[in-house]
Design a protein around this ligand. Structure first.
Ligand code: ZN
Length: 158
């Protein structure tokens, strides 16, 4: 008899997004993304970080002041799209733990991704997220809130 407690595709891909987020050096916000095609093959992953050559030791992670992270950071969704290196993302799905901002929404739409699966939407009331939803909806991108009965997936190295 086969195992019954195997994880679903959604849990698998959201799990990969959450694992990618663990790579982020941002002390406040760690976001991960995973792009998947219609055959459930992972095309790319990404997390929020600075561009190549811009060292985490030289650039600021501050949120306030003269020079903030917002000038430099590449969001998880955009990194995942760029990490796909021009592969065809038409009708792909993107799993991301935090609902995409308006800048990432533009990239998601232009890349051809047709569904956003998100875990939480804690900035729903901000102008950026309102604009994001407006654009994604206009472009016909499906928005789906991820839910599961599982609260944890454990990984062990021993
Ligand atoms: Zn973004």
């Amino acid at each position: 008899m086969k195992r019954q407690d195997y994880i679903s595709w959604d849990e698998y891909f959201m799990g990969v997004a959450l694992l990618a987020a663990k790579r982020s050096k941002d002390p406040n916000t760690q976001v991960g993304a995973c792009i998947v095609d219609c055959n459930n093959i992972i095309l790319s992953t990404g997390y929020n970080g600075f561009p190549y050559g811009c060292s985490d030791d030289d650039y600021p992670w501050d949120r306030e002041g003269d020079d903030t992270k917002y000038n430099y950071v590449v969001h998880a969704e955009l990194n995942a799209i760029l990490n796909a290196r021009g592969r065809d993302l038409k009708d792909a799905r993107i799993y991301v733990d935090l609902f995409p901002c308006n800048q990432c929404a533009k990239a998601i739409i232009q890349s051809g991704i047709s569904e956003v699966v998100y875990l939480y939407d804690k900035y729903a009331d901000t102008a950026e997220t309102v604009a994001s939803k407006k654009m994604l909806t206009s472009a016909g991108v499906k928005l789906r809130h991820f839910t599961t009965d599982r609260s944890v997936i454990e990984l062990k190295f021993n």
